[in-house]
Design a protein around this ligand. Structure first.
Ligand SMILES: *Cc1c(COP(=O)(O)O)cnc(C)c1O
Length: 388
């Protein structure tokens, strides 16, 4: 994937074609439900505008973000599909979102009123989606609060201050297929949505499913599915994403130094690793400041010269060491921390499993000092791609 002339120290090549293709395949498999590609957290670390453009090129109907600033970056990049902010935000962020035609979320009466007031100031109705808490106990209106939230939205809508464009909720346990809370939350969401529609709201979309819900529980797909992990080829399901999705991010580095050391050599801070024979150590110029967790020592594996090698000793802020035994590695050799897994390299899913976390925490944790590179995308941008 990288020519021998490359001189980078570390980089994260992102396969934008994989994102576009994942979205296209997901869209076909969702039986007509619209697809919202979730590109919060800098597109799960892949680059928000690049991931957003690739997702739209692949057919994403909506994009999902958390912060208004993220939504505005998508608009500035020329992306015109509807964008939803998934979290309740600071009041001073509402006017910019309303002006940019970005959908906001509210699950409380005060928030509905704040957004209506901001819309009155902006001279343009807000696009608002109401969020029901059906069992996650995070954002959104409880069953008891829902009627008042619906009433507040109806009143503001009658005054021309907003348009309720959607009703939604979020699963607590979608990554445990068959968990009884999944069907229970879907049923409660159905009741909440029916209540709102009988009261007079006419949302464009009802939605509840994330990647795990959409992949494993088809009744949850409703009008729209909110897919984050899946578009990057990841999921929180046991075993990761299905094989028809392709992980989009690779993390590679070049050995900064190689040295031969005798048996009994203590390696890295604390000498938590001591060589047992004469061996070759290679220095990888990535550390916990780049998102390689300190806990990866002795647990996660990296690939070099077609084999997998364990991390030897403490992961430092900017670097870690690999014990290559008698393998003839040289400074400048490529080390792959994770990738799609198609050439035997570890995957972000495997890193997550090794570290007792999920692949999302691995890819979103890759630091800003690691350049994302986008080699292949321009060559084959599918029709309908949005220009940068
Ligand atoms: C992040 C997020 C998603 C996407 O979840 P995935 O598991 O990545 O598909 C969907 N909905 C909400 C509310 C989210 O915050």
């Amino acid at each position: 994937m990288n020519g021998p002339g490359d001189t980078y120290h570390a980089q994260a090549p992102v396969d934008l074609d994989a994102i576009a293709r994942n979205v296209a395949v997901l869209r076909r498999r969702m039986n007509g439900s619209q697809v919202m590609a979730v590109v919060k957290a800098d597109g799960y670390g892949h680059g928000i505008t690049q991931a957003g453009q690739a997702a739209v090129a692949g057919g994403a109907d909506w994009l999902g973000v958390v912060h208004v600033a993220e939504a505005l970056r998508l608009r500035q990049a020329g992306i015109t599909v509807p964008v939803l902010c998934l979290m309740a935000l600071a009041e001073d962020e509402h006017p910019a979102a309303i002006t940019a035609g970005v959908d906001l979320t509210a699950g409380t009466v005060p928030l509905v009123r704040q957004i209506a007031a901001a819309a009155a100031g902006a001279g343009r109705p807000a696009r608002l989606q109401l969020k029901a808490d059906t069992g996650l106990s995070r954002g959104g209106a409880t069953r008891a609060e829902w009627p008042a939230v619906v009433d507040a939205a109806l009143a503001a809508q009658a005054d021309g201050q907003l348009q309720v464009t959607g009703l939604w909720s979020h699963f607590a346990c979608a990554d445990e297929p068959g968990h009884p809370s999944i069907a229970a939350q879907l049923a409660r969401f159905g009741e909440a949505a029916d209540y709102a529609e009988k009261a007079g709201l006419t949302p464009e979309v009802r939605h509840i499913a994330n990647t795990a819900g959409a992949l494993t529980f088809p009744p949850s797909r409703l009008d729209l599915v909110r897919l984050g992990g899946a578009i990057y080829g990841l999921s929180t399901l046991p075993g990761g994403a299905p094989g028809w999705l392709r992980p989009a991010m690779t993390l590679t580095a070049r050995l900064a130094q190689v040295k031969r050391v005798p048996p009994g050599t203590g390696v890295s801070y604390g000498h938590r690793y001591v060589t047992t024979a004469e061996t070759t150590l290679g220095l990888v110029p990535l550390g916990y400041a780049d998102g390689v967790p300190r806990g990866a020592a002795g647990r996660a594996l990296v690939q070099a010269r077609g084999c997998r090698w364990p991390i030897a000793g403490t992961v430092c802020m900017d670097q870690f060491v690999v014990d290559f035994g008698d393998e003839p590695v040289s400074a400048g050799d490529e080390v792959v921390l994770f990738g799609p897994g198609e050439d035997g390299e570890p995957t972000a899913q495997e890193w997550g499993e090794a570290l007792g976390t999920i692949s999302y925490e691995i890819v979103t944790g890759i630091g800003s000092r690691v350049p994302r590179t986008y080699a292949s995308a321009q060559a084959s941008e599918p029709e309908g791609a949005v220009g940068a």
